[in-house]
Write a protein that binds this ligand. Structure first.
Ligand SMILES: [Zn+2]
Length: 453
C-alpha cells in the first residue's frame, strides 16, 4: 500500500511544536477562476441593487426602477447574460412562491420570487447538486416599513454580488455535478424564500452535497469595539444536527461524532479549500449554527437534513445592519454601499468559488466508510467502498486528527479501500474522502462501525 503523508494545516505545527512546510497544490483552472473575480464588478452590482431604493418584501413589484420587483427582474437579466458562454448549460428561472396570511408576519398573502440559475453538470449520470445562496431582500429598522430607503448594501447585496460574479466566471467552465446559484427573497420576514427552496429540494429529492449560505460578507469594521480586519471570515456550522433520526443519534453517541456531522465536515472543507486558493484570508470555523438571536437561509436546509453552512464577515457593524439611513449623534447610520469593503467581498467570493469548483469536480464520496471496533488493539483499521457512481477515484485521503482538535491534521493518500494505521482508534478521529487525478477531494465521510467481514 502506497502512503504519502502530507502535513496540512498550521494547527499541526503549533500542536506538535515542529517546523513544517505547508504544501499548497492548486488546480490551475480553479486558480485562474479565483483570479478573475473582480472587486470592481462586485461594487457595480452592489450599487445597482442599492439603486432600487428598497428591496423590502412588501415593496412595489411593478415599478421598473424601484422596489423588489425591479430587483428580481434585473437579477434574472444579469444572470441570463452568461447563458451564451455556457453552451446552453446555464438556465435561469424565477421560482415563485406565496407567503403570508392570517397570524403570520406578513398579514396578507402575497407572491414573491427567488431567482435561480442552474449550471448543469457535464456528466449526465452525476445527480449531485451543489448549492449557493444569498438573499436580495432588504429592510430598515422598522421591519414593516416598505417604502423608506433600505440600501442593504452589505445585507445582503454583498452575498448576491458574489453569486453574480461566480455565475459569470463559472458558467464558462465545465463541472461534473450541477451547481445551483440562488438569489432568494423573503429572508428578512422569516427565511421564506430559502424555506420554499428547501421544500422544493425535499419534494424533488435533490441530491444536495452541500449548501453555502452567504449573508453579509462585506463589512470589515466592527461597531463598538472598532476592530478593522478583512483577513478573517466566519463559517457557521451546526454540531448536533437539527435533523436527526434515532438511528443517527445512536451512531453519533457511539462514535463520539458530535463534532463530525456533515455540516462540520463541509465547514472544514470550506476552510481547507478556501485557504488553499485565497491569499491573505483565514477561514474561522464557528462551532454553532448561527449567531445569537438571528437566523439565516441555511437553517431551513439543515432542518430538512441537508448539509448547509453560513458564511459571514468576522466583524459586524450594528450602526449599519438594518438601520434606517440618517445621522444620529454624529454617526452615519445605514447599510450604505460606501461602507462595503469590496476587496474583502472579492476574497470571500474566492472562498466560495474554490469550494464549489473543487467539490463539483471531485468524485462521489466513498461508500460504507467504517472503522473496525472488533477486539482490542493499538491500531486503527478503516475500510470503505468505491463510490457507486461517477468517475473512479484515483484514490482516497484518510484524514486524521486528535480528538480535541478542530481541524484535520494529517492527510494520507491511499490507493486501496482499506488501511491499518498504527494509531489507536480511541485516541484519534478519522474520515475518508475520494480524490481524483487533479487533487479534487469529495467531502470527508466520518466512519461508522465497520461491518464484520
Ligand atoms: Zn441578511
Amino acid at each position: 500500500m502506497k502512503l504519502i503523508f502530507i502535513l496540512l494545516l498550521p494547527v499541526f505545527i503549533f500542536s506538535f511544536g515542529t517546523k513544517a512546510q505547508t504544501i499548497i497544490n492548486r488546480d490551475s483552472i480553479i486558480e485562474k477562476m479565483v483570479n478573475q473575480i473582480s472587486s470592481e464588478r462586485i461594487e457595480q452590482d452592489v450599487r445597482k441593487l442599492v439603486s432600487f431604493h428598497t428591496r423590502h418584501n412588501l415593496s412595489e413589484q411593478n415599478n421598473p426602477e424601484k422596489g423588489i420587483g425591479a430587483a428580481w427582474n434585473w437579477l434574472k437579466a444579469e444572470m441570463e447574460k452568461s447563458i451564451p458562454e455556457s453552451n446552453g448549460r446555464l438556465s435561469v428561472e424565477f421560482e415563485k412562491y406565496k407567503v403570508g396570511g392570517e397570524g403570520q408576519r406578513i398579514e396578507n398573502e402575497i407572491e414573491l420570487r427567488n431567482v435561480v440559475a442552474t449550471l448543469k453538470g457535464i456528466d449526465s449520470i452525476d445527480d449531485r447538486i451543489f448549492l449557493i445562496s444569498a438573499h436580495f431582500d432588504s429592510r430598515v429598522e422598522e421591519n414593516e416599513d416598505s417604502t423608506s430607503f433600505a440600501p442593504g448594501a452589505n445585507d445582503d447585496a454583498s452575498g448576491v454580488a458574489a453569486i453574480l460574479e461566480m455565475i459569470r466566471i463559472m458558467s464558462k467552465q465545465e463541472f461534473s455535478g450541477t451547481i445551483i446559484f440562488m438569489a432568494v427573497s423573503g429572508e428578512e420576514h422569516g427565511l421564506y424564500g430559502a424555506t420554499h427552496m428547501a421544500e422544493k429540494a425535499e419534494k424533488e429529492n435533490w441530491n444536495i452535497v452541500g449548501m453555502l449560505n452567504n449573508d453579509m460578507i462585506g463589512n470589515s469594521s466592527s461597531s463598538g469595539t472598532l476592530l478593522n480586519d478583512n483577513m478573517k471570515v466566519r463559517v457557521f456550522s451546526e454540531g448536533v444536527p437539527a435533523f436527526e433520526t434515532e438511528q443517527m443519534a445512536r451512531n453519533r453517541a457511539y462514535t463520539s461524532g458530535e463534532n463530525d456531522g456533515k455540516a462540520r465536515q463541509l465547514a472544514r472543507y470550506v476552510k481547507e479549500v478556501g485557504e488553499r486558493y485565497v491569499d491573505q484570508l483565514t477561514v474561522t470555523l464557528i462551532y454553532r449554527n448561527d449567531r445569537f438571536g438571528r437566523g439565516g437561509d441555511h437553517t431551513p436546509f439543515c432542518k430538512k437534513g441537508f448539509t448547509a453552512v453560513r458564511i459571514t464577515e468576522f466583524n459586524e457593524n450594528y450602526n449599519r445592519t438594518h438601520k434606517t439611513p440618517g445621522i444620529e449623534n454624529g454617526i452615519q447610520l445605514g447599510d450604505l454601499p460606501e461602507y462595503v469593503d469590496y476587496e474583502y467581498v472579492r476574497k470571500n467570493t474566492g472562498v466560495n468559488l474554490a469550494t464549489l469548483a473543487n467539490l463539483a469536480s471531485a468524485p462521489y464520496e466513498p461508500k460504507n466508510v467504517g472503522i473496525s471496533v472488533q477486539g482490542l488493539s493499538n491500531s486503527s483499521t478503516l475500510s470503505w467502498e468505491e463510490p457507486e457512481k461517477g468517475e473512479k477515484p484515483k484514490g482516497y485521503y484518510v484524514l486524521m486528527r486528535e480528538t480535541y482538535q478542530p481541524v484535520w491534521e494529517r492527510k494520507i493518500f491511499v490507493s486501496e479501500t482499506e488501511i491499518t494505521l498504527p494509531y489507536s482508534k480511541d485516541n484519534y478521529f478519522f474520515a475518508v474522502q475520494s480524490v481524483d487525478e487533479n487533487g479534487h477531494e469529495s467531502l470527508p465521510v466520518f466512519p461508522g462501525r465497520a461491518r464484520r467481514r
